[in-house]
Design a protein around this ligand. Structure first.
Ligand code: UD2
Length: 285
């Protein structure tokens, strides 16, 4: 009787394990499974927890969210959970990359985006250049794969809290990788705040591409986004403007994606509110 009991326990245990394997192999592949595994850095550190699951990816496209960054940790803590939830609700496969400029030069938003693009473009087929302090509120702002006509500007001037000129393409801009390459990325010559986005607009136009913007947005400049740029706490450092005005007088045909000088000092995964993001510590030159 003891032997037959042991056999019975053995049989039960075995069928339980086999059952488990079968269930696991039929589990749907969701975006949080896809992104960190496909992400080239995932093996460097295992995050303690993962992004919330999305159940219905809307397409096979994958978006790299590129966030130019320096010393905005408080904003990042709000940005990551907000955007993750927003994009998961839309079924957008994505991963957030924080492009952390760690040298002592003026901030160079455009070069950081070039570096982020070079790091991610083999795995992702479109990028979102995304300010850390601009949070989308209206769920009709769809972060979809841009059309073949050209980039999709999410933070359009009609609903942006602050910038209302037609050619404005700052804040949040989605670009197909093929288009970004075609334009040779962004100029590397803008050190400090401002105007690199206006130069990028000229690149878009010169490449024969067009900017489109989300349709049917019924909200306005006060309720389409939350701009967590606290004016008292974070003064825009206009002193850091260097030669922007001068540079913008003519289109830069010399610098871009193919000759950005940089070194990635460190790549690590960071978990913010259950979402794993990849941080690149970047030295620009
Ligand atoms: C506006 C645009 C931005 C860009 C910029 C001109 C919006 C919401 N933003 O930014 O896309 O065109 O004008 O350069 O329309 N950052 C740091 N640390 C710094 C400085 C900047 O992390 O010390 C990053 C951060 O992601 C920030 C972004 O760069 O959100 C833009 O900088 P900003 O917020 O100081 O300037 P803002 O809002 O005028």
């Amino acid at each position: 009787a003891i032997i037959s009991n042991i056999n019975w326990i053995f049989v039960c245990g075995l069928s339980f394990c086999l059952g488990g394997i079968v269930v696991l192999s039929f589990m749907p592949l969701t975006s949080d499974c896809v992104c960190p595994l496909k992400n080239p850095l995932s093996r460097l550190e295992t995050p303690k927890s993962t992004t919330p699951r999305i159940l219905t990816p809307q397409s096979h496209h994958k978006m790299a969210v590129l966030v130019p960054f320096r010393d905005r940790f408080e904003e990042l803590l709000q940005f990551v959970p907000h955007l993750t939830k927003f994009l998961n609700n839309q079924g957008i496969q994505h991963h957030i990359f924080v492009l952390n400029q760690v040298d002592r030069y003026r901030f160079n938003r455009a070069s950081l985006i070039n570096v982020g693009f070079r790091f991610t473009s083999e795995v992702y087929d479109y990028i979102a250049m995304h300010d850390v302090d601009l949070l989308p509120l209206n769920e009709n702002l769809l972060y979809e794969y841009p059309s073949s006509l050209g980039p999709l500007h999410i933070a359009g001037p009609k609903f942006h809290p602050k910038y209302h000129y037609d050619n404005f393409v700052g804040g949040i801009l989605l670009v197909r990788c093929e288009h970004f390459k075609q334009m040779n990325g962004m100029s590397n010559q803008y050190w400090g705040w401002g105007l690199e986005d206006d130069e990028f607009f000229v690149r878009i136009r010169d490449a024969g591409l067009q900017v489109s913007r989300p349709q049917n947005i019924r909200t306005g400049i006060n309720d389409t986004f939350r701009h967590i740029h606290n004016r008292h706490h974070r003064k825009r450092d206009t002193q850091k403007c260097f030669n922007q005005k001068e540079m913008t007088r003519k289109r830069d045909h010399n610098t871009g994606l193919d000759n950005v000088n940089y070194k990635i000092l460190k790549v690590h995964e960071m978990v913010i509110d259950g979402t794993s993001v990849t941080v690149l510590n970047i030295l620009l030159d």
